[in-house]
Design a protein around this ligand. Structure first.
Ligand code: FAD
Length: 397
């Protein structure tokens, strides 16, 4: 959606295809990072954007064993917004869609599922789409696969995937929130348990991290046992766990961490999770996807407007974004190996004691995770819009 907006703003014909009928999907986290807020500022949208209901997390803390530890302090970042905005993704995407729709060269088809690629002489020249009216084809100078960690586009394109592995999956559900509850984004680490609470105002979005492959065992033990384990981790929510009436209230989000060896083929580019599926560790995958979109728009708007996108142009996008992806995934994998896997195995939280002591003692150290989470590696900046010109065939995303 962000790439669609940026390209339409630069005068490129864009068609965004979204398989669902709306964006009310609860599977991608809620964090809008300082660097993304900076992009919104560069686009002149920040004031309007921040009028949408949201919470502002100026620090992130964790509860390790029984102790509360501040982990990241965003208040010193060199960005206009020194906080992570917590906002449901559907509000963010609706906002971007409404803003993009102001550009005449932007189109969005909902309930339009990409089911295949159209190829001619080894080049991708469009996509096969399933819509409410039936199957159709869309031709395009460039197809951008931004279809997430289960990307159909990358699979149909036959791009080689390198798996980095993830030891966990996440159970995702809501519990109501009361004014006297803590306000901050919280991670709770206890022996065998990792639990994340995201403040969505009237309710908590909860992420219960489980060892990969253990969901059947958890379901076999029954919902009552699951409620009891939630109540033990979050004692102040004990009287609310009955809100989980059915397993349907608890979604399983599968975690994968991987990346493509090559993000492109002639006529096709993947970005975001489709190019590099991110772990939820640090809540930074959305930010990285957004930064890919900004870099792709900066590098591709001119060639697209002039109808001359070459493989070299697509390679430049990967070269630009490869380093941030590798560094971020490396850090996520380290946390998965050194913190998450041992904790889920029941060994921690004693293993966390040194970093915990350091973070608690030296406030300045909290700026390091804040920078990694809030801005990340190689932040991108929006180029100013260029005079609109139109191309004959749309880019499809
Ligand atoms: C449990 C969990 C929690 C997470 N929490 C956070 C967090 O708090 N903060 C954070 O920054 N990151 C988080 N992440 C990572 C984050 O979700 C991803 O990195 C991010 O959503 C990637 O954005 P994207 O636009 O590439 O893909 P997505 O957000 O997955 O969007 C892909 C879009 O493509 C659509 N689509 C898919 N297939 C098709 C098709 N065939 N045709 C048409 N449309 C299609 C989907 O409906 C969707 O709208 C989390 C990940 C997991 C697994």
């Amino acid at each position: 959606m962000m790439l669609g907006l940026l390209l339409a703003r630069a005068g490129v014909d864009v068609l965004v295809l979204e398989k669902h009928a709306d964006f009310l999907r609860d599977f991608r986290g809620d964090t809008i990072h300082p660097s993304t807020l900076e992009v919104m500022h560069e686009l002149g949208m920040i004031d309007e954007f921040l009028k949408l209901p949201h919470q502002e997390a100026r620090e992130i803390s964790a509860q390790v064993g029984g102790e509360r530890v501040p982990v990241a302090d965003f208040t010193h970042l060199p960005t206009r917004c020194k906080f992570v905005a917590l906002m449901p993704q559907w509000d963010f995407l609706d906002f971007l869609a409404a803003r993009a729709a102001r550009y005449p060269s932007f189109r969005l088809w909902m309930r339009a599922e990409v089911v295949g690629l159209v190829e001619e002489s080894g080049r991708v020249v469009g996509v096969e789409v399933m819509t409410a009216e039936g199957r159709t084809h869309v031709r395009a100078d460039l197809v951008v696969g931004a279809d997430g960690r289960h990307s159909v586009v990358r699979e149909r394109a036959g791009l080689e995937v390198r798996e980095l592995g993830a030891p966990m999956d996440v159970l995702w559900f809501r519990l109501s929130r009361r004014p006297e509850d803590p306000a901050n984004l919280m991670g709770i680490f206890g022996s065998g348990r990792i639990f994340v609470l995201i403040n969505r105002g009237s309710y908590w979005q909860c992420g219960y991290v489980i060892a990969k492959g253990t969901i059947d065992e958890i379901r076999r033990l029954g919902l009552e046992a699951f409620r009891e384990s939630v109540a033990r981790i979050v004692p102040y929510a004990r009287d609310r766990v009955a809100e989980l009436r059915d397993w349907k209230d608890v979604s399983l989000l599968t975690v994968r961490v991987d990346r493509l060896a090559r993000w492109y083929r002639p006529g096709l580019l993947c970005i975001g999770d489709a190019a590099h599926a991110m772990s939820p560790v640090g809540g930074i995958g959305i930010n990285l996807a957004l930064q890919d979109a900004v870099a792709a728009a900066n590098l591709l708007a001119s060639p697209l407007r002039e109808g001359r996108v070459r493989v070299d142009d697509l390679a430049r996008v990967q070269r630009r974004r490869e380093l941030p992806t590798r560094v971020t995934q490396w850090l996520q994998v380290q946390v998965q190996k050194r913190v998450i896997a041992p904790v889920l195995g029941g060994a921690a939280p004693a293993r966390l004691s040194l970093p915990v002591r350091l973070l608690r003692r030296f406030a300045i150290l909290r700026r390091v995770p804040a920078r990694l989470i809030g801005i990340g590696v190689r932040p991108e900046h929006v180029k100013s819009a260029v005079a609109p010109g139109r191309v004959d065939r749309p880019v499809s995303l």
